[in-house]
Design a protein around this ligand. Sequence first.
Ligand code: 5GP
Length: 117
Amino acid sequence: MAHGGDTIFGKIIRKEIPAEVVHETETVLAFRDISPAAPSHILIIPKKPISSVASATQEDKELLGELLLEAAAIARREGLEEDGYRIVTNIGRNGGQTVFHLHLHILGGRPCLWPPG
Ligand code: 5GP
């Protein structure tokens, strides 16, 4: 299946449930994670309901690039660039994905471990 159905993030996009939005364009939305795993934990999602990177197609090429570039710009504005930060996307059960609407986690404000566990 190329594109996912509705999820909690769909409700956030449609403003049916609140979120602390940090950036919004016609195609992407970024908001703070409800359960932050780092001092700064922001999620950036495409408004198009793609389930994960594994479900993205050639048609989504530009959108995927936009997500990464917007994530870097948000991290810069958050003041994370100097010390560094991590961008993560979880895919499926072993990847630890719980919301099946593609999202990048932007994690900063503390050192991240590697390997990530
Ligand atoms: P995943 O585990 O799928 O990679 O990440 C899903 C993320 O979404 C988790 O970090 C979780 O805390 C966050 N999350 C789940 N529900 C909500 C919500 O309703 N609002 C916000 N802001 N974040 C959510």
